[in-house]
Design a protein around this ligand. Structure first.
Ligand SMILES: [Zn+2]
Ligand SMILES: [Zn+2]
Length: 127
């Protein structure tokens, strides 16, 4: 996924926006040439809410579109749920559809890199 996606993603449970993005692995691709600002409400690359984005955002948001976020955590600061990004795909499932096994695997794999709030929340999946 691109950083740009955080401009439109909200927590599926409580609709909180924006979500926090904690990147674990990213891959820099080609910068995308753009005439206009890419992010409209929230730029997750610069972690900034945008109200009247000026010229300087054009170059930042080229990065939003040029970098592929391969592994990451999306964290909802309202309900505390976290959602993994694996193989560039955000997995935004409701609790009952999450896999406990997958949650455990992800937490174990990145235990040294994850935000403490994610570790404290722990496994969310039940199935
Ligand atoms: Zn941006
Ligand atoms: Zn939430």
């Amino acid at each position: 996924m691109k950083y740009r996606l955080l401009d439109v993603l909200a927590c599926p449970i409580d609709k909180a926006f924006p979500l926090e993005l904690h990147v674990l692995d990213e891959q820099r691709g080609e910068n995308v040439k753009r005439e206009k600002v890419a992010c409209e409400l929230y730029c997750s690359y610069k972690k900034t809410m945008l109200q009247n984005p000026g010229e300087e955002w054009v170059k930042y948001c080229q990065e939003c579109l040029g970098i592929d976020v391969r592994e990451a955590v999306l964290l909802c600061s309202r309900c505390g749920r976290w959602y993994p990004v694996m193989d560039s795909i955000p997995r935004m499932l409701p609790d009952e559809l999450r896999s406990k096994k997958d949650d455990e695997f992800f937490l174990q794999k990145y235990k040294d890199k994850l935000d403490k709030r994610v570790i404290d929340k722990g496994v969310i999946g039940r199935a």
